[in-house]
Design a protein around this ligand. Structure first.
Ligand code: SAH
Ligand code: SF4
Ligand code: F3S
Length: 438
């Protein structure tokens, strides 16, 4: 019988991709098979996130839960960003943890599982040219890392500390992986990086000159690949050249994530985002001018130190102006190894009162909900191209995502998984679009 692997993945798409890599490595090299029941696992991996304090705090109680239910002799490994950040402190605090593997070191998973009580969290480690084992399961949607790390050093963000300097993955490796996925049945590829559109600035060895726009173009020439998505691009690097390619290339999905963080120029400057709200709006207008159906998503932080009511009103104003299709919003969380954290420690600035920050977050979310309801109502009668991913036999509907990344359900008794269908929207329930085949 093969050994069983249970893996819990927190955090962002990068972590999901890292988990997929670790699963593939362990399946191929160590003959594990995946289970969704931690009680029967021989190896339990927790792939952690440390972008905010709360999930990081929960780590040790989670380890405690696994210790209670795990099989005798089963190993526990802590991977990902909290592993990078806390390193062997995790081993010191919990006797139950067998190893700690940093986010920058995932390619060493099949070696570290044979070690006892070690922490491998080398932040300078470069696995940008490592060819991971291939996932055995074919899938309609695939993910490919195009860069690792981040050079930006926004003043609130711990990611550069957990994932290290930015290195682009060689284009030939990316394109080769994309071709392999497409040959195995993948129709949609999601390109991943903390800063995808900074692609090509630095490789670990000599490489032909190439930027993100060119990479998108080369990838779109792969026969059989139908859709390309990417996350996260940085608003600062959305130049005209990129916008033209984005608008004109039919394989690039017309949904884009534009993390605004704040609508106040003063706060943006303190966050070191490198753009102003005027630049952000100018990019939005340019893109919407070329792609009227464009869907725009964003991330917002409220309560960044020194944020005043006026600053927050600037953020609300950006929400009114852009009317984001999706919005992830968070209360600022002070993270070690960040500049803003040092300002707080040195008392140069103070945290925004928790009650005020919560109230701002609620106001922002409430207004966004109203905007979504208003905008979704306008979807009725529109036709979307949907890649069908699931068939719900009980409810007799298909589920998939539109080109603009909206979740669409299609009432039909036909199983069309894998098909690209034109769907007319007939009903809207919250954020949920219902439609029929045309
Ligand atoms: N590279 C991406 C962000 C990755 S982190 C980008 O630049 O857009 C994902 C999101 O978490 C960020 O966009 C930000 O909104 C949020 N975030 C990061 N650090 C945070 C902090 N210290 N407190 C609260 N939210 C934070
Ligand atoms: Fe963090 Fe900024 Fe890098 Fe995004 S761009 S990962 S927010 S430092
Ligand atoms: Fe979290 Fe690391 Fe991603 S901190 S958001 S898992 S890059």
């Amino acid at each position: 019988m093969s050994k069983k692997l249970y893996i819990e993945t927190l955090g962002c798409a990068m972590n999901e991709r890292d988990s997929a890599h670790m699963i593939a490595e362990l399946e191929e090299k160590e003959f594990y098979s995946l289970t969704d029941n931690p009680k029967e696992a021989d190896l339990i991996l927790i792939n952690t996130c440390s972008v905010r304090e709360k999930p990081e705090k929960k780590l040790f109680s989670e380890i405690g839960q696994y210790v209670k239910i795990k099989k005798q002799g089963a190993k526990i490994g802590v991977c990902g960003c909290t592993a990078s950040h806390l390193g062997d402190k995790i081993l010191k605090r919990s006797k139950a943890v067998d190893f700690v593997l940093g986010a920058r070191n995932v390619s060493k998973i099949s070696q570290i599982i044979h070690q006892k009580r070690v922490a491998w969290v080398d932040i300078d480690y470069d696995d940008s040219t490592y060819v991971f084992s291939q996932n055995q399961h074919s899938a309609l949607k695939g993910m490919i890392n195009i860069s690792i790390g981040c050079d930006k050093k926004c003043t609130y963000c711990i990611v550069p500390h957990t994932r290290g300097n930015e290195i682009s993955i060689p284009a030939d490796l990316i394109l080769q992986e994309a071709r392999r996925l497409v040959d195995s049945g993948t129709k949609e590829i999601l390109l991943l990086g903390q800063n995808v559109n900074n692609y090509g600035k630095r490789f670990s060895s000599a490489h032909r000159a190439i930027d993100f726009t060119q990479l998108l173009n080369e990838m779109s020439q792969i026969n059989g690949l139908e859709r390309i998505r990417f996350t996260s691009p940085h608003p600062l690097h959305m130049d005209d050249n990129f916008i033209l390619e984005f608008a004109q290339n039919p394989k690039i999905c017309k949904a884009i994530h534009m993390p605004l963080q704040s609508g106040s120029n003063e706060i943006l400057r303190k966050m070191r985002r490198g753009y102003s709200k005027e630049w952000f709006l100018n990019r939005v207008e340019k893109m919407r001018g070329l792609v009227p159906e464009l869907s725009i998503g964003t991330d917002i932080i409220v309560g960044f130190p020194t944020e005043s009511e006026e600053d927050f009103l600037d953020t609300l104003d950006m929400l009114e102006k852009v009317r984001f299709d999706t919005m992830y919003s968070f209360i600022y969380s002070s993270r070690p190894h960040t500049e803003a954290h040092h300002w707080l420690e040195e008392e140069q600035v103070h945290l925004v009162d928790e009650y005020i920050a919560k109230e701002r977050l609620n106001r922002l979310k409430d207004r966004h909900k109203e905007i979504l309801t208003e905008d979704n109502a306008k979807q009725i009668g529109k036709i979307h191209q949907v890649l069908v991913e699931n068939y719900d036999v009980q409810n007799l509907w298909l589920e998939g995502r539109s080109n603009t990344n909206k979740l669409v359900r299609i009432r039909t008794d036909k199983n069309l998984i894998g098909a690209m269908c034109d769907v007319k929207i007939t009903e809207v329930k919250g954020a949920q679009l219902m439609g029929e085949l045309v």
